[in-house]
Design a protein around this ligand. Structure first.
Ligand SMILES: [Zn+2]
Length: 571
């Protein structure tokens, strides 16, 4: 580890404009500098450098950070190497102290080695034949195995655990990553007789694995469990391969499974990603948000697919994003569909997300009857309350009114009032949690406040919580959060919005912003708890458990009171 004073000195000496302009030409633009982004293809410059803040950010692809992360990314080197190289350049002698170099490096190394082995097994003339035959039968060509790094876990109980043992690796780490499982006497492998899909981040580091069983057996798909480097709800399969194509088209195609991703990519639709075995999450959408203008969501034609599509549209609207939907014909998924149709056939099925949503609501209620129409209107109101942008709200409201055949004002007047809008309002596009990360980067005392408020446990994003926790630890062992947070953000590819926020907004009263964010996070946590309580209430009512019901209702009262107080103080 390099001492903090040294890192500080390097940062002071290494002028961000000077360093970046030695790689790409920078042009002055006001008090900032502008350039064509070195991290994505573009014709008009959206890459900005702020000498004043010591940060860079690309408004096109979301890359951003400080002088160290620029080097890390541009040269593909580690933080340690970046500091060292800048220190050399500016003639600052480096003294090292004992410490961890890169906390997660050993984990990535294990996954990398495991993936190598899986890939070798797939290509092994005898052992891999069954897997290769399976892939070819499903129409997946060797060039696609290569592109997505597919592998094969042989049908053995302890092939991987034995391998790592022989290599002298720390089996506890391998276990933590979920590659092996501790049995009563020895370890055994999690993935057996499966096609292996490595899940990579955009820096080609392997976060975890997915496995599809060969032949019959349960479960059909198996994923690595969440670990310190892998959070299922916060990564997307195929993003590494799709990223440049997504940026180029300004659109991401979202499908459900591994095979959907690779067969669409093989057919030429390269901007395609998938969540990992669960419904799409907010953090996943936020990863795409800085890269796209809209998303295209593909769903199976059954009831479950339609339901998932409805939920996805709600999520999009909530995040202020635009999207289209494709509902495939019954009994088809993207993988089967593309085998007998072209990409163009697929894209012809696209429909605006909003139109699709409204159509479904109208179909679900008998709007010819007064009660049906009333219920549909209520469902629409709930939907409209998720829309943040007032203009969008109005336009959507008018569209929906015309569908129901009622006066727009009747609907619009019932929408939530400004108090809630104020609450949901984000700074730019950031969530309160992201704003706190941005603040902590600029003002070190924010970390102390975070600890005093004990708010991290209420965070909904595990990644952001982990980053702030680590920043706190870093601070305690003498590190500099303003240097290390950008590095962590880059490692987890979640910094886009945060840097754009830091470059485009002046943070005048950090304490006030901090307090506001904390309140918004508490409120959200409170609402989540109240939702769960409501489920319990419904359940108690159903069972006729009067005693329980009484207690629950009191609890609910208390929650509502707290919520009102928080809302009041946010006004
Ligand atoms: Zn860029």
């Amino acid at each position: 580890m390099i001492r903090r004073e040294i890192i500080e000195r390097v940062r002071e000496r290494a002028d961000i404009v000077e360093v970046i302009s030695s790689y790409i030409p920078l042009k002055p633009a006001g008090k900032n500098y502008r350039a064509l982004c070195p991290f994505h293809k573009e014709k008009t410059p959206s890459f900005m450098v702020s000498p004043e803040k010591g940060l860079f950010h690309c408004f096109g692809c979301g890359a951003g950070g400080n002088v160290f992360t620029f080097l890390m990314r541009y040269e593909g080197i580690s933080f340690y190497e970046a500091v060292k190289s800048l220190a050399e350049r500016y003639g600052i002698p480096i003294e090292e102290v004992e410490g961890v170099r890169e906390k997660f490096e050993p984990y990535f190394e294990i996954n990398r080695v495991a993936n190598e082995i899986f890939r070798m097994k797939l290509l092994h003339p005898r052992e891999g034949k069954i897997a290769r035959d399976y892939l070819l039968r499903r129409g997946v060509l060797p060039k696609t195995w290569e592109l997505y790094g597919l592998g094969y876990a042989p049908d053995q109980w302890d092939f991987l655990s034995r391998f790592f043992e022989q290599k002298g690796k720390d089996l506890l780490l391998v276990e933590e990553l979920g590659l092996i499982i501790r049995g009563t006497k020895t370890y055994y492998d999690r993935f057996r007789n499966r096609i292996i899909f490595p899940i990579e981040d955009t820096r080609s580091r392997i976060l975890g694995f997915g496995g599809r069983i060969l032949g019959e057996g349960e479960p059909k798909y198996l994923n690595s469990p969440d670990s310190s480097i892998f959070k299922k709800g916060e990564c997307l399969y195929g993003l590494k391969q799709a990223r440049d194509h997504i940026i180029e088209k300004r659109e991401a195609v979202i499908v459900e499974g591994y095979f959907d991703v690779i067969s669409l990519a093989q057919s030429g639709l390269r901007n395609v990603v998938a969540p990992l075995g669960t419904a799409l999450t907010e953090p996943q959408l936020r990863m795409l948000k800085p890269l796209v203008q809209r998303v295209l969501l593909l769903f199976d034609g059954d009831q479950a697919g339609r339901k998932a599509a409805m939920r996805a549209v709600e999520l999009l609207v909530q995040e202020g994003m635009e999207g289209d939907i494709v509902i495939l014909p019954e009994n088809e998924d993207p993988d089967t569909f593309i085998k007998s149709h072209s990409v163009e056939d697929l894209l012809r099925l696209r429909k605006g997300g909003l139109e699709f949503y409204c159509e479904q609501v109208i179909n679900n209620y008998e709007i010819k009857k007064p009660e049906g129409k009333f219920k549909a209107a209520q469902a629409f109101l709930e939907f409209l309350n998720k829309v943040e942008d007032p203009l969008k709200k109005k336009i959507y409201g008018e569209y929906i009114s015309s569908l129901l055949g009622i006066e727009p004002d009747l609907l619009l007047v019932r929408l939530r009032t400004s108090v809630n809008r104020n609450l949901e309002r984000r700074r730019g596009f950031l969530s309160a949690e992201e704003v706190l990360v941005a603040l902590a980067m600029q003002y070190e005392e924010v970390l102390k406040w975070l600890e005093e408020e004990d708010i991290l446990k209420e965070f909904s994003s595990e990644i952001l919580r982990d980053i702030l926790k680590e920043a706190l630890e870093a601070k305690k062992r003498g590190g500099d959060p303003s240097v290390e947070i950008p590095v962590m953000l880059q490692e987890r590819a979640v910094g886009g919005g945060i840097f754009s926020f830091l470059l485009s907004e002046e943070l005048e009263d950090p304490q006030k912003i901090f307090r506001d964010c904390v309140k918004r996070i508490r409120l959200r946590a409170l609402r989540k708890r109240r939702e769960r309580l409501l489920e319990e209430i419904v359940e108690a009512e159903r069972r006729g458990d009067e005693e329980k019901l009484k207690i629950l209702l009191l609890e609910q009262q208390a929650f509502l009171k707290q919520e009102r107080a928080l809302l009041e103080s946010l006004k």
